[in-house]
Design a binder for this molecule. Structure first.
Ligand code: BGC
Length: 766
């Protein structure tokens, strides 16, 4: 009887407000406030605490399995309204079953959220996020996330743990693959587009899902690039480099935030009042979404040495603003006691519950809790032609041409014999990448298949495996074993290479070399790959390397010896077709690196927006003396800088001019530059604007990306590109952490990458 009453109250309130209430997370008025409050008023303390528990489905774990995982108990807890959300429960059938437990058994019938790591696709795989970032294209991010949302929501999922917007400067860190790279401007731009793609304009649309801005914050700054390691970061770097994408996500109306595993200044993110109360829920006024912990991370505050026991961990996390506990089972064992003994006020708990319920209302779960578990859609919407088309477009736009001596590329579809060499070339699984949700194993188009499909005559293409990269592969649980010293496939590859016009040599990383828990101290090519490269070089110099990887790699030997190199990341379902599009010139490569490529691992972390320092490498005091910032065995510069990427045509930059050489804080300056296509084919260029603030109340980076524009030019065509510089462009979080600009001299730089730029100066006056 009570259940029916409660449902009736919720339903009446819901119907009354549906018409006026935009479900758009962007609306400023609290959406569904009336419904949420009326439901909240019916809830017991136990039920409120229950909404803050996020359980993993027992059949798939993406973190350490809790020792006391008791699945029977989990089921009982769902039935008694002590669970708010589940993760890793998949398929319409699985989610429907779990939803039924909550809706039909618990007193108030509050539906569950179903969260999942839909990172770069659900069934149809887009390029890994780092690859997508190389497109510098919001449409790539948006349309890929849209497809992912469509597929995931057709399979019962209504909440993705994406996008990850952690700034990544250190290639040793395995999760660089999931990141938008090293620059906060580009990361903000792409994160916003990913959120728009996942959430659309209306969360109650069946084909959209709630997104999650993660990991809040500074997870990418783990010391020595070792996953989960301590982070020690200055407030200026935190505010100016790490937080901008999160602020942009909050402004874009992202439905949730996920805390990071790391500490900042001795405070684990889950317990950080600064991050959650002061910034996110305070200064940024984030009201309509909630904060979820990472897997087990509220409990890990005890291991960090920040809480003595479960009760203290629960107290610190909830008061600091962590709303939901993912698989630590801390909230489940602390909140009722903390609130009933008055240690935590019920209003703090209510605020957390309100946030979770708001998203459930916005998703339309109270209207129909099974709306995402629709078997018809699950059959119709997955891996469709249309979705694959989006994946191919995204993949080709993500490819970066690193080198192309003597215009070896593009290749000819006719009359050119091609040897495709390397086990990665025939691999149909590696291109799917790490964090691949429900991708079917081995379902990617391989490089070999892509090439065979593109040439006029298949007999022009031959294949030899050459090397074997690993002994086998398993997601998460096993370490990879690389094959070294077994060169039995070399001879066949060498013989083949001798006979052909050109060799396409596929090198790189296995998909499980990157991703969570996959940090490495060596960021070169594993196994026998380099040996094979040298052997092939002896018999044929016309080599095109396709480099598949989930991080920036140290590949100086390739740069030195190989005439043409294509960075192809882990490109997803349509990898081979997209690579062939570029190899044969059907698509002129336009990608630009979102991260610096180091010369060697010793340079990590390496990033373009560094500080000048007092003894910079560009200013050696005395030739022959060692007293300046440098390495004795390597240049300071990266092998390929941030923003770098070639095209089959060339672009000439000239006539950099400013509308004025001076502005005040109310004014603006327009910078203009002429870009000309000086080659023989049409192409796309990403024109990049950088700024340097020479003197600040705290030191400023040597350059920072402040804008970019993608332009398409026919051969011989030229365009004037303009950027407007205003006070916002020049502002940053200053010594006292206030946001604003400081009068003085600035450099303005425009070019096709962060190193090759034209520079001029201007002044900001009082
Ligand atoms: C990862 C998160 C992920 C979560 C759930 C954690 O280990 O750090 O990014 O969303 O697991 O799978």
């Amino acid at each position: 009887m009570k259940v029916q009453l409660a449902i009736a109250i919720v339903t009446i309130a819901l119907t009354a407000c549906m018409k006026n209430n935009s479900s758009n997370t962007k609306s400023t008025a609290a959406p569904f406030a009336t419904e949420v409050d009326s439901l909240l008023s019916l809830m017991t303390l136990e039920e409120k605490a229950g909404q803050l528990n996020l359980y993993a489905g027992s059949w798939e774990f993406t973190g350490p399995v809790p020792k006391d995982a008791n699945n029977q108990q989990k089921l009982e807890n769902i039935k008694s309204g002590r669970v708010g959300a589940m993760l890793n429960v998949i398929t319409t059938e699985g989610t429907r079953e779990a939803q039924k437990l909550a809706v039909e058994n618990s007193r108030l019938g509050i539906p569950l959220l179903f969260g999942y790591d839909v990172i770069h696709g659900y069934k149809t795989m887009m390029p890994i996020p780092l690859g997508q970032a190389a497109s510098w294209d919001a449409e790539v991010a948006r349309s890929g996330a849209q497809v992912a949302a469509k597929e995931a929501s057709a399979s019962g999922i209504n909440w993705t743990f994406a996008p990850m917007m952690d700034i990544a400067r250190d290639a040793r860190w395995g999760r660089m693959m999931e990141s938008p790279g090293e620059d906060p401007y580009l990361a903000s731009y792409l994160s916003k587009a990913w959120i728009e793609g996942f959430q659309g304009n209306n969360l109650s649309d069946e084909a959209t899902i709630a997104a999650c801005a993660k990991h809040f914050a500074a997870y990418g700054f783990a010391e020595a690039g070792r996953d989960y390691n301590t982070v020690d970061i200055s407030m200026q770097t935190l505010y100016n480099m790490v937080l901008p994408p999160f602020k942009a996500a909050s402004e874009a109306g992202v439905a949730s935030f996920m805390n990071s595993f790391n500490e900042i200044g001795g405070v684990p993110a889950n317990g950080s009042e600064l991050l959650q109360r002061e910034l996110l829920k305070g200064a940024w006024n984030y009201q309509n979404g909630f904060v979820v912990s990472d897997w087990g991370s509220i409990g890990e505050m005890i291991t960090h040495g920040f809480a003595a026991d479960t009760l203290e961990a629960g107290y610190k996390a909830l008061t600091a603003g962590s709303d939901m506990d993912m698989e630590a089972h801390v909230y489940e064992n602390s909140i009722e006691e903390l609130v009933s003994t008055g240690k935590i006020s019920e209003e703090i708990l209510n605020d957390a519950v309100r946030r979770v319920l708001t998203i459930k209302f916005q998703l339309g779960l109270f209207e129909n809790p099974y709306r995402y578990s629709d078997t018809t859609r699950e059959k119709a919407d997955l891996l469709t032609e249309e979705n694959l088309k989006v994946a191919r477009e995204a993949a080709r736009k993500s490819i970066v041409l690193l080198k192309n001596e003597n215009n070896l590329l593009p290749l000819n579809k006719e009359g050119q014999s091609i040897a495709v060499i390397g086990s990665l070339a025939a691999d149909k699984d590696v291109p799917l990448g790490s964090w691949r949700a429900q991708a079917n194993e081995g379902s990617a188009v391989s490089v070999l298949e892509g090439i065979q499909g593109a040439v006029s005559n298949k007999s022009d293409v031959s294949f030899a495996q050459g090397y074997t990269l690993t002994t086998g592969r398993r997601k998460f649980v096993y370490e990879l074993e690389f094959v070294e010293g077994d060169q039995s496939g070399f001879d066949e590859a060498i013989q083949l290479a001798k006979k052909v016009d050109v060799v396409v040599l596929a090198l790189g990383e296995d998909c499980w070399q990157s991703g969570e828990g996959r940090s490495q101290t060596d960021i070169g090519l594993k196994g026998d790959q380099m040996d094979l490269m040298y052997e092939i070089l002896k018999v044929n110099k016309n080599i095109v390397v396709t480099l598949m990887n989930g991080r920036s790699l140290a590949i100086p030997e390739l740069d030195e010896n190989i005439p043409a190199i294509l960075e192809v990341w882990h490109l997803g379902s349509e990898a081979g077709n997209a690579i062939a599009d570029v190899l044969f010139g059907d698509y002129n490569p336009s990608g630009k690196l979102p991260v610096s490529f180091p010369r060697n691992v010793g340079q990590c972390p390496i990033y373009y927006n560094h500080k000048n320092g007092g003894r910079p490498a560009t200013n050696p005091h005395d030739a022959g003396m060692v007293f300046w910032s440098h390495y004795t065995d390597s240049p300071n510069t990266p092998l390929y800088p941030f923003g770098y990427g070639l095209s089959y045509t060339t672009f000439e930059y000239s006539d950099l001019s400013l509308s004025s050489s001076e502005m005040n804080q109310a004014g603006e300056i327009v910078a203009s530059i002429k870009v000309k296509n000086t080659g023989k084919v049409g192409g796309q260029e990403t024109v990049q604007l950088y700024i340097r603030d020479y003197v600040g109340s705290v030191t400023r980076p040597v350059k920072e990306l402040k804008g970019f524009e993608k332009i398409t030019l026919k051969p011989g065509e030229e365009k004037v590109v303009q950027f407007t510089i205003n006070n916002e462009t020049l502002s940053y979080y200053r010594a006292d952490l206030s946001f604003g600009s400081e009068p003085g001299q600035f450099a303005l730089m425009i070019g096709g990458n962060s190193q090759k730029i034209l520079t001029t100066d201007f002044r900001l006056v009082d």
